[in-house]
Design a protein around this ligand. Structure first.
Ligand SMILES: [Zn+2]
Length: 209
């Protein structure tokens, strides 16, 4: 906590003055273009990865970057999607999974999480990833399997996202686009899921990025 307080004081002293005018514009309104849904993992820092400014990203985070299907577990996550699409009128929803994701690893290793009843229930949404595995993904060592399942989880959550009526309506009207991204912690590289070819490719090469 000491480090956090130190950081806060530094922010007030050095960083905030540089952003003062920007925050003045944002003080009573926001108009982000993007809803960014990612894992709660501490190593994922969306505004750093994308060099985004305050006000650019509306962010929802949870263990495993999950979007429960519409009608199930109508919690904060579903409300965030609904609010972002219906009220903020975001034009893009990005679901961003990442390398070394603990939630996906727990599912891959079939870890017994029964002593964590809420986590147990939540991870059932990640288990759905098994059915979205790309059969051409290498079935090599555990790390390759982990990456394949992380990819599949991104596809599974994209599928769930589209069950939300406001998302389906936005896609039908072409006022909204949805994207699946994979972020590699070690290299900082992002791959985007191509919904036509059903493959992940470098974000800079993708048309859906
Ligand atoms: Zn994760």
């Amino acid at each position: 906590m000491k480090n956090l307080l130190k950081g806060y004081l530094q922010f007030r002293k050095d960083a905030f003055p540089q952003w003062k005018d920007h925050f003045k514009l944002l003080a009573d309104r926001q108009a982000p273009d993007v809803l960014f849904i990612t894992c709660a993992d501490s190593r994922i820092v969306p505004s750093l990865i994308l060099q985004a400014k305050p006000g650019d990203l509306f962010i929802a985070r949870n263990v495993g970057n999950v979007v429960p299907p519409f009608g199930e577990m109508a919690g904060g996550n579903s409300a965030t999607v609904e609010y972002a699409v219906e009220v903020l009128k975001v034009r893009h929803v990005i679901i961003c999974g990442h390398s070394d994701c603990g939630a996906v690893k727990a599912v891959l290793q079939k870890k017994d999480v029964s002593r964590l009843p809420v986590t147990h229930q939540w991870l059932s949404y990640v288990e759905a990833a098994w059915q979205y595995r790309d059969p051409s993904d290498p079935m090599g060592d555990e790390q390759a399997q982990h990456t394949a399942l992380i990819h599949a989880n991104i596809v599974a959550q994209l599928h769930n996202l589209k069950t939300h009526p406001e998302v389906a309506a936005g896609l039908a009207k072409s006022t909204l686009q949805v994207h699946g991204w994979y972020y590699d912690i070690m290299t900082g590289a992002i791959e985007a899921y191509d919904q036509q070819t059903r493959k992940f490719a470098p974000l800079e090469d993708s048309t859906s990025g």
